[in-house]
Each structure stands twice: as C-alpha cells, then as structure tokens.
Design a protein around this ligand. Structure first.
Ligand SMILES: NC(=O)c1ccc[n+]([C@@H]2O[C@H](COP(=O)([O-])OP(=O)(O)OC[C@H]3O[C@@H](n4cnc5c(N)ncnc54)[C@H](O)[C@@H]3O)[C@@H](O)[C@H]2O)c1
Length: 377
C-alpha cells in the first residue's frame, strides 16, 4: 500500500518534508496547501504535485490522505492537526507542537479519539550520529554518564526556547533516558524577568518573524535532571553567529566525552570523541572523529548526512505501515513543549518544575491575566 501524504504550509521547512515524502519508499506526496500562492506553486512545481489548495479543510475533505505534515508557524499547528484528525489523517507536526499545553492536550485528545497518530518532528534523535552517540553511552564507552550541554544559536532566549530549545530538550530526553525536573533562571536586558517582560515572540525577536506565541527573556540558564542520574545544561543568550550555527550536544562521561557538531565547511554533522572526562587545552588534539559508515546515511535514493527531516518523516511513515506509534507519538509528542513551560514555571516560582506539569495553563499568559485582574480589582 502506498501512503498518500499532504503538507500544510509550503515555506522553509516544507522543503525537507516534501523531499522526504518524494524520496521515501511506500509513500507519495499527493497534495499541498498554502495561503500564499507563490509558496504553494513553487513547492508543488518542484515535485510535480497537481492537487494544490489554499484551504486545509478543503484539502482534507477532497484528498484521501494518510498523513499530513503541518509546516505552518506554531499557532496553526493545533487547528490544522485537529482538522486532520477529524478526517482520519495521521499528523506529523513541526516543532514546537503548539504555543501552549492546553492546545497540545486538545491535539492529542483529538488524534486519540480519531484513532490517528500525532507526532512532533524532532529529527535529530533519529539521525545515525545521535543513534551512534546513544549506542556509545549505552555500551558504557564514555564511562558513567555525567552531563549534556547545549547552547542556543544566538536569538533572544524566549524565542530560541521555542525554536532550538525544544530540539535540545528532545535530545536531552534521549540521552538522559527521560527528564525528571527543570530549574531555570531568566533575565531580560540584564535584569531578572518579571511579568512586565512578558511579550509576543515577534516583539522579542526582530530578526526572525516566526510566531512562537507569548515568551519572555533574552537570556536563560536551564538545568535539567535526567532519569539516568545525569544532568543537562542549556544556555540561551544573544550572540553573533561568527562561526555558523555551531550547535549540537556536548556529552561528558566519567571516561570520555562526545560532541556532535556541524563541520563549519560542509555543514554536515560529525560525531567526535575524546578519551578524557574533562577538557584541557593540552588534551584537545586527542579529539577524534568517529567514523560513520556512509551506508547508514542512505535513505531512499540519497545520502542524508545533513540534519534533514527525512529521519522523522520516515519514522512516521513506517509507524503507519507497521501499525505502531511513532517514537515521538502519543504523550511523547508533548514532552519537549512541557519542558518549555517548566522553564517559565521554575523561573517564576523559584523552584524546580517536575515533569509532567500538572498546571496546563500557559504560565506567562496566566501571570499576565492575574496581574491585569489585580489591577482591575
Ligand atoms: N524541525 C526543524 O528543524 C525546523 C526547521 C525550521 C522550521 N521549523 C518549524 O516549522 C514551522 C514553519 O517554519 P518555516 O520556517 O517553514 O516558516 P515559513 O514562514 O517559511 O513557512 C510557513 C508557511 O505557512 C504558510 N501558511 C500560513 N498560514 C497558512 C494557512 N492558514 N494554511 C496554509 N499555509 C499557511 C505561510 O504562507 C508560509 O508559506 C515552524 O513551527 C518552525 O519552528 C522546524
């Protein structure tokens, strides 16, 4: 059986989803939707797709799709996913799953009720490099697991948390075997974030217009406690990208370190290993690249060495064919987003926020409401 796939939102990230569906076996890219005719036609022409829509409800009504990739900005992920579920279509949502947990819960409930899958696209965990790093850790090749560190790409932290932060939380969830609690401190313009610093993501980040809802702070230090006893540290602060996007996990064990970083010349990720538990400048030459068999990077017709969404699209497609949940399906789809709101909850309460969060209301919107309520009374 060949699955029929559709995409809603034909902007930047849809390129990766479209080429994934076009390159994977057992699935075909059947329909596309965008309110912007230029974006729609450009993507559809690229893949010779004739079913083109400006209204996703109409697309779900007319096309018998098995799966849809939701590639709009985050506030639309919920409405599109719920509409897809009502037509029996499995949903692969781009990250962040939503702009608040209440909507994310509704998305999951709608998909569960309709008997379709809901998954979120955090592609990094599926790549051969992340899988290889995880295999090294599980085999004890860096000794006892100690910590994992990630640094943002340099956009203001409240925005970055929804863009790269959710990816980092997902990677930490993988390497820490689960996340127990989060403790965070947030500042804005040098002072501790308060209710007066809560704003829209577009107000906070002038250089990237993607809509990530209500956010706060330009700088965050986030501590994460893992189920395996290890710790995660995430640092998000404004910085210039002088050497490209040098992001990726740095993992420390009692007998060695692992690092995944893009090669600054090719932008292809590489896995590196160092046989010491901490770094000294004198030991740095002992970092060595871990060889990865190129055959492991082969999917469909191509070699996929770069961070491509084909890995998460493939998991969704095979999960449908095999009648199982995708790896980031069901309640796992919500984890990285819960971490975002745990960060705000922790900052404003000054305590650790334990996962899963009991409070489902948006912690920032909630505080804004309470403040304006107090002013009125
Ligand atoms: N997984 C990743 O690594 C990764 C990378 C980049 C972006 N993303 C995520 O993907 C999402 C989209 O980001 P982007 O950079 O592609 O944004 P974009 O602005 O390039 O594209 C969004 C598209 O959605 C369309 N759109 C808006 N309203 C619509 C509607 N009602 N129906 C149909 N289409 C509509 C817009 O016209 C636009 O073409 C964001 O949530 C972002 O965080 C994920």
């Amino acid at each position: 059986m060949t699955l029929r796939a559709g995409i809603v939102g034909c902007g930047g990230i849809s390129r990766a989803h479209a080429s994934a569906y076009a390159n994977l076996d057992g699935v075909t890219l059947s329909a596309l939707c965008d309110i912007n005719a230029d974006a729609l036609n450009a993507r559809a022409d690229e893949h010779g797709v004739s079913a083109r829509y400006s209204d996703y409800e109409e697309m779900f009504e007319k096309e018998e799709l098995d799966v849809v990739s939701v590639c709009t900005h985050a506030p639309l992920h919920g409405p599109v996913a719920i509409a897809a579920a009502s037509h029996g279509v499995n949903v692969l949502s781009e990250k962040p799953l939503s702009v608040d947990l209440e909507t994310a819960d509704k998305m999951l409930a709608a998909c569960n009720e309709a008997g379709v899958r809901l998954a979120v696209s955090h592609q990094f965990r599926f790549t051969p490099l992340f899988q290889e790093a995880k295999a090294w850790i599980d085999a004890g090749r860096i000794g006892e697991f100690r910590s994992i560190r990630e640094v943002g790409k340099g956009r203001p932290a409240g925005f970055e948390l929804m863009e790269m932060g959710v990816h980092y939380f997902d990677g930490m969830e993988l390497f820490l075997d689960g996340i127990e609690w989060i403790h965070a401190q947030i500042t804005y313009d040098g002072h501790e974030v308060g209710v007066q610093d809560i704003m829209t993501s577009r107000e906070l980040c002038k250089t990237d217009k993607r809509d990530n809802g209500i956010v706060a702070g330009d700088t965050m230090l986030i501590h994460i406690k893992g189920t395996n006893g290890g710790y995660g540290v995430m640092e998000l602060y404004p910085r210039k990208q002088t050497q490209g996007w040098m992001m990726g996990p740095h993992i420390l064990g009692s007998e060695g370190q692992l690092m995944i970083r893009p090669n600054p010349d090719t932008f292809v990720d590489e896995l590196w290993h160092c046989p010491f538990d901490v770094s000294f400048p004198t030991h740095t030459p002992q970092w060595e690249k871990v060889p990865i068999d190129p055959e492991r990077l082969r999917i469909g017709d191509g070699l996929w060495g770069r961070r491509q969404s084909i890995w998460s699209v493939r998991d969704m497609v095979t999960s449908i064919k095999e009648g199982r949940q995708p790896q980031l399906g069901g309640s796992a789809a919500l984890t990285s987003l819960e971490c975002v709101f745990a960060v705000y909850e922790s900052h404003f309460t000054g305590t650790r926020a334990t996962l899963p969060l009991k409070e489902r209301r948006h912690p920032l919107v909630n505080r804004l409401r309470n403040t304006s309520g107090n002013r009125e009374s």
